[in-house]
Design a protein around this ligand. Structure first.
Ligand SMILES: [Zn+2]
Ligand SMILES: [Zn+2]
Length: 1018
């Protein structure tokens, strides 16, 4: 045999193996660099990467999802000639990093961190980032993500910090910064307050059983009477100062003197009933008046319109130092504020026997004590969703705290206007953002931690708040400590006092660090060089980022060019996190949204639909997925996912995808095998098909154009799922129609048109799918394209003319008839290989395609005409009709079942005052005796099932051909090998009657009769 033109393909692709090979080739050939060079100076597509937190030591399959989507659309835009930045980012500060380091060092409190030493602690935190960023980069490269690795941004760079300083100084100039004193959600383990958006992260609210206590507060001036409150946080009772009632609701006194809301105890008997307002002002004895703080409080009943009547007693225990709303009430009613616990959630020493206990430890003792002192009415357990620290999982408490806030109200209208201009995919996520922006409170930006952005606030005793807006300003105003300033970070920065610009006295920085979302939010400014007068080579690689990246600090002109981003993409959770923080900062700084279009997506679960948890053993390390399914299969799984639904990721779906991918692989292999056999070797210029095509070839070309156009629309709409759908439908046409129908022409091999056409179709498919399946498409490209661009990724997007949709519709109708014909056949139980006499088709014209249909369905003739005497059964297609009809579905279903409907032209039905489209119903037609009928979309076909000797014999011949060809494959014969065939005696008649035909089909040079079926090379 001559040297094959194309490298033969194995039966199945080894995805992981060929991916490693492609990675090595891209590396050696510098494919990505060539691509960037090719597009330099082209139109820009600006994408800004949301930074991944650099605290994990390997890429997770969750992260790989987002990274795939980012890569797919950047690759698509690159094929279309767009110049792109490809900058990857790492998030490097905040609790994620700190808590990990604390754990690894066995530290469990802020005191222990300080004893360990903040310098060393900071270095350990940086080391985590260094190692994690290396691991994440390795994983991302393996995934096939093309980024400008090595020029990443790291949010702990001094440059990033300086940009946030600048932002804060500008906001202070507008009067939006203030220090608030209030009760906020607090993590006792981390020793810091949390912001509203931190509470919205996944996993924060968890089911938890807490003590449920009914406690009586004895009224002082009404002997024997008490108000009864309900609480699930016993530790707050020592901080009680008031009891709130609804002024307009009715309260009743039980015979034992207890006052409760009547509505909540409808079964109870009351000796007296009054509206809540009459109880207001009554004084009572507090539950812990024997402890010093409580003893100084005059407890009283206050009115509160927000008291609800859905659970508890209708009397609410108020502890302003331990509850958010309670604190607000303390301002309205001038109540004392008791703050019972310190930063670590332990009772202060003036709480006597409670001193040093945590809020959980105190609970039991408090309940016991209330029992002894007669305050306890009843104790039980109550299960509810309770907030936990998003990082360390500790249940949160409310605690009084002085925090720094950014006021939101003044900018809120602009935020809403700007969000309305953003194109959100899916749309409902934009609505979520809108809701969030309408309801968000002031932004709590301070955290009492160590490894974070140092807030540049220097409040002076003279009353002036000094804010440093840049490193230069710090250096100018510093009174010392600059020589030891390694990074703009604790502890070094804390040793640099400055001079107060108002009174001239030395002032120190507050110890707080910033909310980590400031770090990521400033990225569209800090990495693009906003207001930076001069480009600085490697100017972003400052502070902790020095040595980790070669990222430049561009100049303002560059920012003008790349801001705002054309597109950003992250999971839905980021609406309240990164999408929000960068949006807020951008609208605050320049009055515009930092992005024009967003792609959000839902959560990833395991293949059974459960959350993935390391402790449940159902997480999948990306390394495993790369090794067992391959990156292309992972990417397919991510891209086939509608973004509005949770992704069920796993090895099971991967197996299905691998099988599905074989359809394409087999089509390519079919081409390669036959092209090698006949010596067909196309040139790249043959991509321009000209003349000499059969109608079927012409159709495949048009069908390919339609696929390219459909995929293009889907990519432009940033919906990979629509690309995947278009691909699946196209492949079905390619393999189950074009190749099926053309097999004979490939066999014969003397006409090159089908080779040309199939090569064209495959090559265009590779170009369309390259962004989603970058490895296998490039592998096949290099197999099939002998003299064109060296990589599919350098070949550009296929430019195709508008397809001939009329022709495509025509063939789609033919395929529908064939599909119905197959249904009818399978319902009859007659084998596919058995030829039949006749098919009758009603409802479509099949212009010029009668012969094809006859051939496909193996019938002697196809007739157009009415299908007679059929029994019609119509059922609702529930997935379509359910959502459309809602509660009217029942009526429609009943009417259909009772046969009360009218058949309209084009396959529509009128029933119960509704008109139903062909795809909204399932139609079954029973045929006359001896006929099999199927119908759908307004078309009905009837298959004549009558057999005669001639048809039966022909069926046997087909069966024999099939057996022999299977045997050829089994024995590993080449496609061109000729054989000598022996058939069993029983089939002598077949050999006599159809010998010539059979020989042709199985490449037999002779047919003998013997004992069993046998073949050998001749
Ligand atoms: Zn915590
Ligand atoms: Zn001062």
């Amino acid at each position: 045999m001559p040297e094959p033109i194309f490298q033969p393909l194995p039966d199945k692709p080894d995805h992981p193996g060929l991916e490693q090979e492609m990675l090595a080739r891209w590396d050696a050939e510098e494919t990505f660099a060539k691509l960037r060079e090719q597009n330099r100076g082209g139109p820009t597509f600006s994408f800004v990467d949301g930074p991944v937190t650099a605290n994990r030591m390997s890429l997770g399959v969750h992260t790989a999802w987002g990274r795939t989507l980012k890569d797919v659309f950047q690759r698509y835009k690159a094929l279309r000639g767009f110049d792109e930045r490809y900058q990857n980012g790492f998030d490097c500060q905040g609790l994620w990093i700190e808590v990990g380091v604390e754990r690894s060092l066995g530290l469990n409190s802020k005191r222990e961190i300080e004893e360990f030493g903040l310098e060393e602690f900071a270095r350990r935190c940086r080391e985590v980032v260094v190692q994690s960023s290396e691991a994440l980069t390795r994983g991302s490269i393996r995934l096939g993500q093309w980024m400008d690795w090595g020029r990443d941004y790291f949010t702990f760079s001094d440059t990033n910090i300086e940009y946030i300083w600048k932002f804060l100084k500008i906001l202070h100039g507008r009067g939006w910064l203030y220090m608030g004193h209030r009760a906020t959600e607090w993590c006792p383990r981390c020793g810091t307050s949390l912001s509203q958006h931190e509470l919205t992260q996944g996993g924060v609210y968890q089911e938890r059983a807490d003590p449920s206590l009914f406690v009586r507060f004895p009224l002082l001036d009404f002997e024997g009477q008490s108000v009864v409150v309900w609480t699930t946080t016993p530790w707050t009772l020592p901080a009680n100062v008031a009891a709130a009632v609804h002024p307009d609701e009715e309260y009743g006194r039980r015979a034992n003197g207890e006052w409760v809301a009547v509505k909540l105890f409808p079964e109870d008997t009351f000796v007296e009933r009054v509206p809540g307002r009459e109880l207001v002002g009554r004084r009572y004895r507090g539950p812990f008046d024997d402890l010093p703080p409580g003893s100084q409080v005059e407890h009283r009943v206050i009115p509160w319109e927000d008291v609800t009547m859905d659970q508890g007693t209708g009397v609410v225990h108020i502890a302003p130092g331990a509850g958010g709303e309670d604190f607000e009430l303390s301002r309205v009613h001038d109540l004392p504020v008791l703050s019972p616990v310190d930063e670590s959630g332990r009772f202060y020493d003036d709480y006597g026997w409670l001193h040093g206990l945590t809020t959980t430890e105190a609970a039991d003792q408090i309940v016991g004590r209330l029992g002894e002192t007669g305050f306890l009415v009843e104790a039980g357990l109550f299960t509810h969703a309770y907030p936990h620290c998003w990082r360390c999982d500790t249940p949160l408490i409310f605690r009084l705290s002085d925090d720094w806030f950014i006021a939101v109200d003044e900018i809120r209208p602009t935020l809403l206007d700007e969000n309305a201009k953003v194109e959100w995919v899916p749309e409902y996520m934009g609505k979520r953002m809108d809701d969030w922006l309408r309801n968000i409170g002031d932004w709590n930006i301070s955290r009492r931690r160590y490894y974070g952005l140092p807030l540049p606030f220097y409040p002076c005793s003279c009353g002036h708040l000094n804010i440093v807006g840049s490193r230069a300003e710090l250096e100018e105003r510093a009174l010392g400590g600059l020589e030891q300033l390694e990074e703009l970070r604790r502890p070094w920065i804390d040793r640099v006092p400055i001079r107060c610009e108002s009174c001239g006295e030395p002032v120190e920085r507050i110890p707080e660090v910033g909310d980590v979302w400031l770090d990521a939010g400033i990225v569209p400014f800090a990495t693009l060089g906003w207001e930076n007068p001069q480009w600085v080579e490697e100017g972003y690689a400052t502070g902790a980022a020095r040595g980790l990246t070669k990222a430049d600090l561009p100049d303002h002109e560059y920012w003008e060019k790349w801001f705002p981003a054309d597109w950003v993409s992250e999971m839905r959770e980021q609406i309240r996190l990164w999408f929000y923080s960068q949006f807020f900062m951008s609208v605050a700084l320049v009055g515009r949204s930092p992005y024009q279009r967003v792609l959000g997506y839902e959560k990833m679960l395991d293949e059974q639909g459960r959350e993935m948890h390391a402790s449940w053993g159902n997480t999948i390390p990306a390394e495993d997925a790369f090794a067992r399914m391959g990156a292309d299969v992972m990417r397919w799984q991510y891209c086939a996912q509608p973004p509005e639904r949770n992704l069920l990721f796993g090895f099971g779906p991967a197996e299905t995808i691998k099988r599905e991918f074989l359809t394409f692989w087999n089509s390519v292999k079919f081409f390669v095998d036959y092209a090698n056999t006949v010596g067909f070797g196309p040139s790249w210029s043959a991509l321009n098909l000209e003349g000499g095509l059969d109608p079927l070839d012409r159709w495949l070309v048009e069908r390919t154009h339609a696929f390219v156009r459909d995929a293009e629309g889907a990519y432009e709409g940033t919906l990979t799922v629509a690309v995947m759908r278009a691909y699946t439908e196209y492949l079905d046409d390619l393999s189950n129609w074009y190749i099926r129908r053309s097999r004979r022409r490939f066999w014969d091999g003397d006409d090159h048109a089908p080779f040309q056409t199939l090569w064209y179709a495959i090559v265009q498919t590779l170009r369309v799918m390259a962004p989603i399946l970058p490895f296998v498409t490039d592998h096949l490209w290099r197999t099939l394209v002998l003299d064109g661009p060296e990589s599919v990724h350098l070949a550009g997007w296929p430019e195709v003319p508008e397809p001939n949709r009329a022709l495509l519709d025509e063939i789609a109708a033919v395929r529908r008839v064939v599909e119905l014909g197959r249904q009818a056949r399978s319902s009859s139980g007659i084998k596919l290989r058995q030829p039949l006499r006749r098919l009758v088709v009603e409802g479509t014209s099949l212009d010029g395609h009668l012969e094809e249909v006859a051939d496909e369905l193996r019938v002697k003739e196809v007739e157009l005409g009415p299908v007679e005497a059929v029994e019609l059964k119509v059922k609702p297609n529930l997935p379509k009709l359910g959502p459309k009809l809602g509660k009217e579905l029942g009526a429609v279903r009943e009417a259909l079942a009772a046969g009360e409907f009218e058949e309209l032209p084009d396959g529509r039905f009128r029933v119960a005052a509704h008109e139903l489209a062909p795809d909204e119903v399932l139609v079954e037609r029973g045929g006359r005796e001896g006929w099999a009928v199927a119908s759908g979309d307004g078309v009905t076909v009837a298959l004549d099932l009558g057999l005669d000797d001639e048809l039966v014999l022909e069926g046997e011949a087909y069966e024999l051909i099939h057996q022999v060809n299977s045997l050829r494959k089994e024995r590993g014969f080449e496609l061109t090998d000729r054989i000598a065939l022996t058939v069993p005696k029983a089939q002598r008649k077949l050999a006599d009657r159809h010998g010539e035909w059979i020989s042709r089909e199985v490449l037999a040079t002779s047919i003998d009769v013997g004992e069993t079926l046998e073949i050998r090379k001749s």
